[in-house]
Design a protein around this ligand. Structure first.
Ligand SMILES: Nc1ncnc2c1ncn2[C@@H]1O[C@H](COP(=O)(O)OP(=O)(O)O)[C@@H](O)[C@H]1O
Ligand SMILES: [Mg+2]
Length: 273
C-alpha cells in the first residue's frame, strides 16, 4: 500500500455495496423441486426485480438468499450463493451474521405493534448480538428513520406504538428496522402489495435512495413498479410439471421493450400470469 492510501481515514471511504451471486440454485420442499438451477448476479448499486407468475419460486429464491429457506422443515437446497467473497452456505460465517448482512422486508408490514417506534427501529440489534449505548441510540434511530423516508412523519411520535402508524408508515418502519443492523443487501418480497398507491410511491422513493448504498432485490407483481424501481429484471417461470427457473435476465429497459424470449414479452405485456 502506498503512503497516500494509508493516510486516507477509514471513515472517508465510500460505502461500497455488495455483490450477491447465485449459481445453479435448486430448491426442494421435501421431494417437491420448486427451483431448478437458478443463476443470477445481483449487482451493487442496482435494484434487481424478480418477476413472474405466482408459484414460480420467487419467494423461495429470495429466502434461499439469506438462509431462511432452511427454516422450513424438510426443505433442501443445492448450488452456491456468495456475498462478495463469502460462500454463505459453506464458509465459516454464522447464519446470524449472514441474516444481518442480508436483510428481508416482507409483504405484510410486521412491526412489533406494542413496541414504540424507536424500540422497533433498534429491535433487530439484540438478535444480531449488536450492542448500542444510550448516547448513540437516538442518533441511530433518527438516521435509520431518515433513510427509510419516515423521519418527518414520526419525529414527534417516537414513543407512539408501532401499531398506531398507517400501513405504509409501518412498512417504512420495518425498512428502518432492517437498516439498523447495517445490512449490505436488502431483500424485499412484494413490499407494497398491501399498500395504497401513495404509500407505494413513498416506498419506491425510499428504494431509489437506498440503492446508492445497499444492493436491493425486490419481488414485484406490478410491472409498472418493476420498471420504475429496477435496473435489472429476472423473469421466473414454472411449468405444470417443471420447477421454477429463470427464462431471461436483462436490463429492465430491454426486458420491457425488446426481450429475447417471447414468453417474457407476453408476461410483461400482461398476456398471462
Ligand atoms: N413452506 C412451503 N412448503 C411446501 N411448499 C411450498 C412452501 N412454500 C412454497 N411452496 C411451494 O413452492 C413453490 C414456489 O412457491 P413460491 O416460492 O412461494 O412462489 P412465488 O413467490 O413465485 O409465488 C409453489 O409450488 C409453492 O406451493
Ligand atoms: Mg411469493
Amino acid at each position: 500500500m502506498t503512503m497516500v492510501e494509508e493516510r486516507v481515514p477509514a471513515a472517508a471511504a465510500p460505502n461500497v455495496a455488495s455483490t450477491l451471486n447465485a449459481r445453479e440454485v435448486s430448491a426442494w420442499f421435501g421431494s417437491h423441486k420448486v427451483l431448478d438451477r437458478v443463476s443470477l448476479l445481483m449487482r451493487p448499486n442496482e435494484v434487481t426485480a424478480l418477476i413472474g407468475p405466482s408459484g414460480c419460486g420467487k419467494s423461495t429464491f429470495l429466502r434461499a438468499l439469506n438462509r431462511m429457506h432452511e427454516l422450513v422443515p424438510g426443505a433442501s437446497l443445492a448450488g452456491t450463493i456468495s456475498l462478495d467473497e463469502v460462500d454463505i452456505y459453506r464458509d465459516a460465517v454464522s447464519v446470524t451474521e449472514i441474516r444481518r448482512r442480508i436483510g428481508m422486508v416482507f409483504q405484510k408490514p410486521n412491526p412489533f405493534p406494542a413496541m414504540t417506534v424507536s424500540e422497533n427501529v433498534i429491535a433487530g440489534l439484540k438478535l444480531c448480538g449488536l450492542k448500542i449505548d444510550r448516547s448513540t441510540k437516538d442518533d441511530l434511530v433518527a438516521q435509520c428513520l431518515r433513510r427509510a423516508g419516515l423521519w418527518n412523519e414520526v419525529k414527534n411520535r417516537l414513543n407512539d406504538n408501532g401499531g398506531a402508524l398507517s400501513g405504509g408508515q409501518q412498512q417504512r418502519l420495518c425498512i428502518a428496522r432492517s437498516l439498523a443492523v447495517r445490512p449490505d443487501v436488502l431483500l424485499m418480497d412484494e413490499p407494497c402489495s398491501a399498500l395504497d398507491p401513495t404509500s407505494t410511491r413513498r416506498i419506491e422513493e425510499t428504494i431509489a435512495e437506498l440503492r446508492e448504498e445497499i444492493t436491493i432485490v425486490i419481488v414485484t407483481h406490478n410491472m409498472q413498479q418493476a420498471q420504475r424501481v429496477s435496473q435489472r429484471c429476472a423473469f421466473f417461470l414454472a411449468g405444470e410439471n417443471a420447477p421454477g427457473h429463470i427464462v431471461e435476465t436483462g436490463p429492465t429497459e430491454a426486458m420491457f421493450t425488446n426481450p429475447q424470449d417471447q414468453r417474457t414479452l407476453d408476461y410483461v405485456r400482461g398476456r398471462f400470469g
